[in-house]
Design a protein around this ligand. Structure first.
Ligand SMILES: Nc1nc2c(c(=O)[nH]1)N[C@H]1C(S)=C(S)[C@@H](COP(=O)(O)O)O[C@H]1N2
Ligand SMILES: [Mo]
Length: 334
């Protein structure tokens, strides 16, 4: 599975400025005794947290989405933990299509065209086709889902997403008995996405789930956050959120959903299979080759309060999802 032959023109994963290099920079700072100073002197992390308030949507949110957002079902906070402020959620991002630094997506994604948007559904299903986003969303009521969100880089947030269960979407397309996996693809448009004019990743970004993972009620299709539509930097207009897996599984700005018999060739697992597995379940017992996963920094973190905490198995969702992996060697599958 996931065998990838590197062509001569492709960068080695070790050459990438990426999650990987970001962490190397951190490791260097740490070695130099600078960790906790330089790494935390980010204007974003030192900014005063915003109070919980649904920030105003941009004027161009289409009517059908605006109406749905208004009718959303408010949710409780099952994490019992404070929310990461909207300011942090929307300015500390990974979205390599818009650049590698955490502040790049917020800086570069604002002009992203979100309308019209359509999603191509294909592969092993009885209802393939190209659906407008309005059609995709039509039967689904939106609800708040407050989840912990854990990046493989060892930071985490608590985010009030807004969306609906992926399972409910999947059922509508009537996957055949051959559909064992689902592949998701992000928009490819180098004109709008400056990162796609580089070879930082293989474009378009692809992620995937096993069908039973996709059908788990925690797997979320998100269209909003903090009571409003998704900011472009958070993966507007439609993204996946899989709270028990490392953040890179939660693919943004989806334009294609394909049902497959075999495991999809996902971006990170293909580029650096020794670092990023297909399952990528949050697991404190399996370290990244270059850093520990036993702890994580909960954002917002500051110089004086780096806010380290223990990583939870399956990011705290073990009682819900561990059964999906019974009999699997989780050490091996990372
Ligand atoms: N298309 C695409 N999806 C993506 C990424 C990306 O670079 N491109 N980054 C992933 C990573 S590594 C993380 S941690 C989350 C970050 O989501 P957020 O910026 O909304 O917190 O998005 C994931 N989805
Ligand atoms: Mo990530």
């Amino acid at each position: 599975m996931l065998i990838h032959e590197r062509s001569a023109s492709e960068p080695l994963s070790s050459e990438l400025t990426s999650e990987t290099v970001y962490q190397q920079r951190r490791d260097l700072l740490k070695a130099a005794g600078l960790f906790g100073t330089a790494a935390f002197f980010s204007p974003v992390l030192l900014a005063a947290p915003a109070a919980y308030s649904p920030a105003a949507d941009r004027g161009n949110v289409p009517r059908y989405l605006r109406d749905k957002l208004r009718l959303r079902k408010a949710g409780n906070n099952p994490t019992g933990e404070p929310l990461t402020p909207f300011d942090v959620v929307s300015t500390y991002n990974n979205f390599y299509e818009f650049g590698l630094d955490k502040s790049d997506p917020a800086a570069n994604a604002q002009a992203m065209r979100l309308e019209p948007w359509s999603v191509r559904i294909d592969g092993e299903c009885r209802k393939p086709g190209t659906y407008t986003l309005e059609d995709v969303l039509k039967p689904h009521a939106l609800e708040d889902r407050i989840y912990r969100f854990r990046c493989v880089e060892a930071w985490s947030m608590v985010v009030p997403w807004l969306g609906f269960s992926l399972a409910d979407l999947v059922r509508r397309f009537e996957p055949t008995s051959k559909a064992r996996f689902i592949e998701f693809t992000t928009l490819q448009d180098p004109q709008q996405m400056p990162g796609q004019r580089t070879r930082n990743l293989r474009w378009p970004y692809v992620e995937g789930l096993r069908m039973d993972e996709a059908m788990h009620p925690l797997a979320l299709m998100a269209v909003g956050v903090y009571g409003r539509s998704l900011p472009p930097q958070n993966g507007a207009p439609l993204r996946l959120v899989v709270p028990w897996k490392y953040g890179f599984k939660s693919i943004k700005s989806i334009v294609r959903i394909r049902f497959t018999e075999t495991a999809p060739q996902t971006t990170w697992a293909t580029m650096a299979p020794e670092e990023y597995g297909f399952f990528a379940n949050v697991n404190p017992a399996v370290d990244h080759p270059r850093w520990t996963q036993a702890r994580e920094r909960r954002l917002p973190a500051t110089l004086f309060n780096p806010n380290w905490r223990d990583t939870l198995p399956f990011n705290g969702y073990a009682s819900e999802v561990a059964g999906l992996y019974r009999g699997l060697n989780l050490k091996r599958y990372f």
